[in-house]
Design a protein around this ligand. Structure first.
Ligand code: PAJ
Length: 257
């Protein structure tokens, strides 16, 4: 049994997870739930695209077994007092900019695991910090679920696919390409022999700064398991960027070879 948890507004990134799940599981369930507890008070919960009919049409082409799209009250009891908190990890990278976000993510994913009892659950490397948090949750709670990481799916021009890309104006859509360009520059520096994290971070920052409308949230070279900064970007290091393009916060990353 494979589970693919999503917030809906499905795109090819989500479908790549579904296809990977189909290829190695007897049965596949996709959950679609805009999880209120992972959005901060000033974030885009109300605005988040809800495209249930289009999502079902996309999934109809994938021969999956279950679509689980609960109402919030089916998931959260009124006045619920129980949450899953992965301490430390949840305060790093995206967790530093989005307080409470990973508590909401860990809680909903734990609840989905309890509901669906999957053998495998499929997540995208796009949300690399989320993977670190969930891996740790699975380990600490001894959950009998294998977490499968799937590669980042990109638009033809390199922008990482995201449900939030639809917030971007035409101009912002162009500006957003700078995230990928910053990673390409870091990749080129590594290929030329640079391994010093500070230097690589400065390289990425200078590329990001070339788009004056883009505001950097973070640029980090981190241990993918702990999300703590590393001095040297060695194979397996997570190199991650987050930036605001207008009112839209975008993320991208690569695992250094
Ligand atoms: P959502 O943003 O809908 O993403 C669902 C899954 O699709 C995540 O594992 C995410 O990493 C993956 N994904 C998104 N864009 C991708 C891309 N371009 N390439 C590959 N995979 C991609 O992440 C969440 O929802 C939520 O936090 C969730 C785990 C469902 C908990 O509510």
């Amino acid at each position: 049994m494979g589970l693919v948890p999503t917030l809906g507004a499905l795109h090819e990134g989500h479908l790549s997870l579904v296809r990977t799940a189909k290829a190695c599981c007897d049965a596949v369930a996709v959950s679609i739930f805009v999880n209120p507890t992972q959005f901060g008070p000033n974030e885009d919960f109300a605005l988040y695209p809800r495209t249930f009919d289009a999502d079902c049409a996309l999934l109809a082409g994938e021969d999956i077994d279950v679509v689980f799209a609960p109402a919030p009250e089916e998931i959260y009891r009124a006045g619920a007092a129980t949450f899953v908190e992965v301490e430390g990890l949840s305060q790093r990278l995206d967790g530093a900019s989005r307080p409470g976000h990973f508590r909401g993510v860990a809680t909903i994913v734990a609840k989905l695991f309890i509901a669906a009892e999957p053998d495998r659950a499929f997540f995208g490397q796009k949300d690399a910090a989320q993977i670190a948090v969930l891996r740790r949750m699975i380990f600490d709670l001894g959950l009998p679920v294998e977490l499968v990481v799937c590669p980042i799916v990109r638009e033809s021009d390199g922008l990482a696919m995201s449900s939030r890309n639809r917030y971007l104006s035409q101009q912002e859509r162009q500006q957003a390409l700078v995230l990928r360009r910053s990673l390409d520059a870091v990749q080129a520096a590594i290929a030329a022999g640079e391994r010093n994290s500070e230097t690589l971070i400065a390289t990425a920052r200078s590329i990001l700064a070339s788009e004056p409308e883009v505001r950097i949230d973070y640029v980090a070279a981190a241990d993918w398991a702990t999300l703590l900064p590393v001095d040297q970007a060695l194979p397996g290091t997570l190199f991650a960027v987050a930036a605001w393009v207008g009112k839209t916060r975008l993320i991208d990353n690569m695992i250094i070879q």
